[in-house]
Design a protein around this ligand. Structure first.
Ligand code: DHB
Ligand code: FE
Length: 287
């Protein structure tokens, strides 16, 4: 059976991609951010996942305001990137795993989450930048991935509680996959940031630190917040936190934080990365 070996959650700012292209990882501005990925690489090297389920939010590359699924999942054998502005080079395609995708689709729709299924799906910086942070050689060098998107740009948005429950359904689906595979769950987005309007540039370190603490052992303290609360505390794009909540749901039982780093600013955001070890659910034996 497949097992979830843990999770990584990270911010996904386009300028991180530009910094990697220009080799600025040791630049004083970027060093505190990129150095925090050394332990992530060590962890991935040790855990050796075979595939990733990547939970993120599209910013208008694959879905636009005319058609905006609340939740969508890729079912392709590969995922292309495309020019979305930001001056980012178009990344080579990432490998998919359509068999794993269709298993997740069957199980998660079976659990009453009406996903949009995408046999073609362009992946934007929210997928490509984190994948490159984890597998710096790029597209073909990364493990196969199943992309899952959560709408965080077109209101009304799903609640944190709903995203956490979606994640739980994804976690159950992964653990019922009959192949012996080691799966890592990756969440991208956040933390606090607002890119537009009067509060453009808004970052709330106190709230980010609160979320990084509570996501480990008291996620209910975050899912109790309304989207209005989250936008007030984390900025209008801080709702990308939803992807972290879905990741935490997928972890189901207990987790521990194996690594954690927070650095401000990274472009306009609180740059965060966390790695989670997963203690699988105990196997219940018949009495
Ligand atoms: C920025 C862009 C993002 O998509 C994000 O999630 C955080 C920051 C930015 O351009 O600063
Ligand atoms: Fe974003």
């Amino acid at each position: 059976m497949a097992q979830i070996i843990g999770a990584v959650a990270t911010s996904h700012v386009p300028s991180i991609g530009n910094a990697m292209e220009k080799g600025l990882q040791k630049d004083p501005y970027w060093k505190p951010f990129f150095d925090a990925f050394d332990p992530v690489h060590e962890w991935l090297e040790k855990k050796k996942p075979d595939a990733a389920v990547v939970i993120y939010n599209d910013h208008g590359l694959n879905f636009f305001l005319d058609k905006m699924p609340t939740f969508a999942i890729g079912a392709a054998e590969q995922y292309e990137n495309a020019d979305e502005g930001w001056g980012l080079k178009v990344a080579p395609p990432y490998k998919g795993d359509s068999k794993l995708s269709w298993h997740l689709i069957d199980e998660v729709i079976g659990a009453d989450f009406d996903l949009v299924t995408c046999q073609e799906m362009l992946v934007d910086h929210a997928f490509v930048v984190p994948m490159k942070l984890m597998w710096p050689e790029g597209g073909p060098a990364a493990i196969p991935a199943v992309p899952v998107t959560i709408n965080s740009i077109q209101h009304p948005l799903p609640s944190g509680r709903r995203c956490h429950a979606l994640g739980k359904a994804i976690g159950d689906a992964i653990e019922s996959y009959p192949e012996d595979m080691r799966i890592v769950v990756i969440a991208t987005g956040g933390l606090s940031h607002q890119l537009d309007g009067q509060r453009a540039g808004f970052i709330n370190k106190e709230f980010d630190v609160f979320c990084m603490d509570k996501i480990v052992n008291d996620v209910d303290a975050i899912t109790a917040l309304s989207n209005h609360d989250i936008i007030e505390k984390a900025g209008s794009q801080g709702v990308e936190l939803m992807c972290w909540l879905a990741m935490r749901g997928a972890m189901n039982g207990r987790v521990s934080a194996a690594h954690s780093n927070y650095h401000i600013p990274v472009s306009n955001t609180g740059g965060a990365v966390m790695v989670f070890d997963h203690e699988p659910k105990p196997v219940l034996k018949a009495a």
